[in-house]
Design a protein around this ligand. Structure first.
Ligand code: ZN
Length: 260
């Protein structure tokens, strides 16, 4: 099932929807409010007429650093003994086709293509005999855009990871996917920069969800960015950056230098 958030240009109504072929059927309710119904309802519109939005409006974006050994090594970091967590501000969020803006304060903004988990049900301290994946609505593509120079300079990650437009997500959420061995590829202007498989994660998806749930309550619509494979590199004005997750789709964004 492909779940999106969209605006109907005729009615200006924004809603969740399910994509079937070239048609978007509206869904009742709101994921973040915990009352999204997956029963399709009328009206439907053509996919080409719908303006797709970021598929979630999360209360938080929880990110995992250094979850792929080769990526940790390329930045000269040791592997952490437990998942290394940080947050991105929800105001970073943009959707498929939106523009990544390079802030004037940074000389080095990099792409990080990642598999993202979308939480479907509230969870807190998931028990040992519970399956963390049962709390997942689906998966999507995410670009954890990072001002690398500021991340290093500030020591902690808040500013370098949370400029506006630094979290492209989408184009939609795919449910019913097994996250354990998916290809994650990032291309810039058609050239492959990052290519990895989720089976190389130091801490797999189920482990991450349980671990995070023991630190903070995960709400419906919350995003977990599961870490990036090796090959991170700079983005320049005019670039087209694509993140593709096998079984999900392609998230495509253009890059623009901000005007001072
Ligand atoms: Zn990342």
């Amino acid at each position: 099932m492909k779940i999106c958030r969209y605006t109907d240009p005729e009615t200006q109504r924004t809603a969740f929807g399910v994509i079937e072929g070239e048609t978007v059927f509206g869904l009742e309710g709101d994921l973040s409010a915990g009352n999204l119904s997956l029963e399709r309802s009328e009206p439907s519109i053509r996919l080409s007429d719908a303006r797709l939005l970021p598929p979630v409006a999360p209360s938080k974006i929880v990110c995992v650093g250094r979850n792929y050994r080769e990526h940790a090594a390329e930045l000269g970091n040791e592997m952490p003994p437990e998942p290394l967590l940080f947050l991105k501000a929800p105001s970073t969020l943009i959707g498929d086709g939106d523009v990544i803006e390079l802030p004037a304060q940074s000389q080095r903004v990099e792409h990080e293509g990642e598999l993202a988990v979308v939480i479907g049900r509230r969870c807190k301290r998931i028990a040992e005999d519970e399956d963390p994946l049962s709390y997942v609505l689906g998966y999507t593509c995410l670009n954890d855009v990072t001002a690398r120079d500021l991340q290093r300079k500030d020591v902690q990650f808040t500013r370098g990871k949370s400029f506006d437009t630094f979290c492209p997500v989408g184009p939609y959420i795919v449910s019913g996917l097994d996250p354990t061995d998916l290809k994650v590829e990032t291309r810039v202007n058609g050239q492959v920069r990052q290519s990895g498989r989720t089976n190389a994660m130091a801490f797999p998806v189920a482990h991450l969800i349980r671990y995070i749930s023991h630190a903070m309550t995960l709400e419906p619509g919350d995003l977990i960015a599961t870490g990036t494979p090796a090959g991170v590199g700079p983005l320049q004005d005019g670039d087209v950056c694509e993140v593709e997750v096998e079984g999900v789709g392609v998230l495509r964004n253009t890059v623009r230098a901000s005007v001072r």
